[in-house]
Design a protein around this ligand. Structure first.
Ligand code: MGD
Ligand code: MGD
Ligand code: SF4
Ligand code: MO
Length: 792
């Protein structure tokens, strides 16, 4: 059964409305299911609820959950098709250990024995600081929580971070800098009633397809909201926009400063609200004063009149929903820019009210939980590692002495962890559920670090990847549908995902692997009992509830039982609010009290951290913080050798490094190959025709792929980052033409000073023609997303 073809028609038929989004159930099964098992989709942070169809112990389909508040039954292409990639023959089914240079099958006892032996040896000889954990935004809450207690109170290392550093570190920091703690202020229901959308560096049509359906239903329905889109490419949202602002990559900040300036100058602000609920207005007004539309136009390349049009919509719309994503987070001055979008809302008092909020959006399905559970380089449950009371509280909950929880230095961010590994002070890196040999910047360097004999690399993954190939021990992971746990989407909705089938071979859930590790390491609490007191997902969740109690991400009133059957529930869920909380900050009181906040904040220009004393001296005490920043020139500017700018991102049909979507036949068929998107002018001056092979070079490496001409401004090149060296579809290691295809061969080792998120969206490159298009059998449409839209 296929309720619709989501490859051809990505978003499906419209369901317009006058305030309440109707249901539409999308379903796809390849055989008739015997039973349906409740879950949610793990292919983006939208967090669509679905049921898994099971027959004879196999997954045979999915169906959107009509009762769920997030998607009301809808699913997009990845939701409907990607699950098929999970159960291919090449799943990892036994542990592997590297012997004489080769990965060979081993028993769990041997593999875990090796990991434990190495951990103990390094801890004894070099201390806890020789061990690092690099995790993900794709495990379950219970798994992150277990990882956190092991890293913090078990090993005692501050080297733990998630790939959320590449993804939503800026989202979390932008929320903390403005509102005091992490946590999305609004709810998706705001989409149904808002008067305007402002999408900043967010290609929602391709990356959160179901959320885009929700926008489309408004754009095509009564009371059409206005749409402003900031993206250097003519993406699908850009084509629907009332105003499309196409900045030069890396110039979000001057644009946003100019918008703030216009709001203030034209009086499109709410002085009484600003006065009652914020601090920092005067400094902000001062900082943006010189950013006239004309000056911003020079820096960004956007016509001044268009900036004024956008300001008028943003400044006068009665309500506004803004979304911010990788075009900001992975670009220059990431946190500084993301915070300016918060400021636009604060200037108008448009937050905590129906239809009025800012989404510092998430990307990965469970990125929120990495952050909540503190597996991302922050402290558990949005506690402040720099606040001794918070450390004490956590230590009490874990039955350990406070000094066992590392808080003598800031947690090490991922890019720094790889640096320490390069320098040799980190000697063991445990990588869980991420594929850094494709997803980190400057891959030649990353491969060298991971391949080094001085670094012991453990990798938990479900598939062989570019990263497992470089590991010393590979642990085969059970994945979605093969394990139970909870996860939380970008509007704080918690879903329960139940085990539907057994994992293949000897694969085990990451939770079981971590619990086994803790047992073998014999971690103890201060009374001599086991440090990790839970034995499975539900008991982990019960323990987490107590840990989160009283914090913003309060789960204390929630249970597995409550999550079964109906809709997901938005945290905080306290005993007195068992149905959860739609909006935060409805009373205009924010989480900025010095005793409560998650960090004391940073200087947005330099990243310098404020001390506790500095923060307390001017305790915002519940008011939101308006923070300003000025434009800083980019680290690398096009020159004669590298005259173009590269930006990277996604296409609708693939998820990241394609370990699953590359194995799902329909998705791989729809977007089989990397491409290099170029403007007509740049292609013509390099003598490149559509489909010709293009060589793209940066100071760090090279990529070869077919040209796709159009939809982008001159001077800019776009490459999707999905295509690593290993083609999961047919197991090829190399392209037929022999060229590397991973965009990250080209990107820079550099990061935002505040969030430490790397600059994936900015590098200087040169292009040249590398061969005839006809030689490339895979030549496809320029941009699969736009093509599908054109077909409708
Ligand atoms: N199909 C699909 N969906 C996904 C994913 C996937 O891999 N595939 N991954 C999920 C994850 S983890 C994430 S983080 C999200 C990411 O979702 P998005 O952020 O929407 O995706 P990207 O394509 O990385 O980047 C968005 C846009 O930023 C623009 N951009 C580049 N440079 C700049 C700039 O300087 N300024 C501005 N304003 N824009 C710029 C690019 O042209 C691009 O269209 O998607 C999630 N959903
Ligand atoms: N150039 C460029 N680079 C980027 C980006 C960009 O826009 N441009 N975006 C960045 C962003 S936002 C992100 S989120 C990252 C994503 O980068 P990665 O996290 O490296 O990408 P994935 O392919 O999602 O890797 C997840 C891995 O986990 C495995 N896996 C799946 N389920 C399980 C499980 O249950 N347990 C375990 N142990 N493993 C499992 C998968 O097989 C896969 O190998 O890429 C970043 N890199
Ligand atoms: S929008 Fe995201 S969560 Fe929803 S079906 Fe698509 S990939 Fe899955
Ligand atoms: Mo991401």
């Amino acid at each position: 059964v296929e309720s619709r073809d989501s490859i051809e028609d990505i978003w499906g038929p419209r369901t317009t409305h006058a305030g309440v989004w109707p249901a539409r159930v999308d379903e796809r099964t390849v055989e008739e299911p015997e039973r349906w098992v409740q879950s949610a989709c793990v292919f983006c942070s939208t967090g669509c609820a679905l049921d898994i169809g099971v027959r004879e112990g196999r997954v045979v389909g999915v169906r959107g959950r009509e009762v769920d508040r997030v998607n009301k039954g809808r699913l997009g292409p990845k939701g409907l098709y990607a699950w098929e990639g999970n159960w291919t023959r090449d799943r990892l089914t036994t542990p592997l250990i590297r012997r004489n240079g080769k990965l060979e099958p081993a028993t769990w006892d041997e593999a875990m024995g090796r990991v434990v032996e190495k951990t103990k040896e390094l801890k004894d000889r070099y201390g806890s600081g020789s061990i690092g954990f690099y995790n993900t935004g794709q495990l379950f809450l219970e798994e992150y929580y277990t990882l956190s207690i092991i890293g913090d109170a078990g090993i005692g290392t501050s080297h733990m971070d998630g790939n959320t550093r590449l993804c939503t570190a800026t989202a979390s920091l932008a929320l903390i800098e403005s509102f005091g703690t992490d946590g999305a202020p609004g709810t998706y229901d705001d989409f149904d009633v808002t008067d305007a959308f402002f999408l900043v560096g967010h290609n929602m049509a391709s990356t959160q397809t179901v959320l885009w359906m929700r926008v489309l239903d408004r754009l095509n329905g009564p009371n059409r909201p206005r749409l402003v889109v900031v993206d250097p490419r003519r993406t699908v949202p850009a084509r629907h926009a009332d105003v499309h602002l196409a900045p030069r990559p890396g110039t979000n900040l001057p644009l946003l400063n100019a918008l703030e300036n216009l709001l203030i100058e034209r009086g499109w602000i709410d002085p009484a609200w600003i006065d009652a609920h914020t601090v920092g207005f005067d400094a902000l007004a001062n900082a943006v004063r010189d950013w006239t539309p004309r000056r911003a136009a020079e820096t960004t390349g956007i016509p001044a009149a268009r900036i004024e049009q956008a300001a008028e919509i943003i400044g006068t719309s009665p309500t506004l929903v803004s979304t911010v994503l990788q075009g900001v987070y992975q670009s220059l001055q990431a946190t500084a820019s993301a915070v300016q979008v918060n400021n636009l809302h604060l200037l108008r008092g448009l937050i905590g009210k129906p239809g009025a909020t800012v989404f510092q959006m998430n990307g990965q399905p469970t990125a929120q939980n990495t952050r909540e559970a503190g597996a991302n380089g922050e402290l558990v449950a949005f506690r402040n590692w720099n606040n001794p009371h918070h450390i004490k509280e956590l230590a009490d909950h874990w039955n350990v002495e406070p000094d066992r929880i590392p808080s003598w230095t800031p947690p090490t961010h991922a890019m720094q962890m790889f640096r320490y590994a390069e320098e040799g002070s980190i000697r063991m890196l445990w990588i869980l559920c991420t594929n850094p040999a494709v997803s980190l910047p400057e891959l030649r360097r990353i491969r060298k670090i991971l391949a080094s004999d001085d670094l012991f690399v453990v990798v938990n993954d479900a598939f062989p990847t570019e990263t497992t190939e470089l590991a010393d021990v590979v642990l085969p992971a059970a994945t979605w549908a093969e394990k139970t746990g909870t996860f939380t989407n970008a509007d704080r909705t918690v879903h329960l995902s139940l085990k539907a089938v057994d994992p293949p071979g000897e694969a085990r859930s990451d939770l079981d692997i971590l619990l086994d590790f803790a047992r073998r390491m014999d971690f103890r609490d201060k009374y001599g009992g086991p440090l990790v007191k839970w034995v499975g997902p539900e008991s982990a969740f019960e323990h987490w509830k107590g840990c989160s109690k009283g914090r913003p991400c309060d789960y204390s009133g929630l249970s597995y039982e409550q999550l079964e059957g109906g809709s997901g529930v938005q945290w905080p869920v306290r005993e007195d609010s068992p149905n959860g909380t739609a909006r935060l900050y409805t009373d205009g009181v924010f989480n900025t009290k010095a005793d409560f906040c998650e960090l004391y904040g940073h200087d947005l220009m330099t990243g310098a951290a404020l001390s506790a004393d500095e923060y307390r001296a001017a305790d915002p005490n519940g008011r939101a913080i308006l923070k300003a920043a000025d434009w800083a020139p980019p680290p690398e500017w096009p020159d004669d050798d590298y005259p173009l700018m590269l930006t990277t991102g996604r296409v609708v049909y693939h998820f990241h490094t394609r370990t699953r979507t590359g194995r799902a036949p329909e998705l791989q068929g729809a977007a089989p190959d990397v491409f290099v998107q170029l403007s007509d002018q740049d292609a013509a001056s390099a003598g490149i025709a559509d489909g010709d092979l293009v060589e793209v070079r940066s100071r760090r490496g090279l990529v070869v792929g077919p040209a796709r001409i159009g939809g982008i401004d001159p001077g800019l090149v776009f490459i999707p980052f999905h295509y690593g060296s290993w083609d999961p579809h047919d197991g090829r290691r190399e392209r037929e033409d022999g060229g590397p295809t991973a965009a990250n061969e080209l990107t820079i080792t550099g990061w935002d000073p505040v969030s430490k998120q790397p600059w994936f969206k900015y590098a200087a490159v040169a292009i040249s023609r590398a061969g005839d298009g006809a030689a490339n059998g895979a030549a496809r449409a320029m941009n699969p997303d736009l093509e599908a839209e054109a077909r409708r």
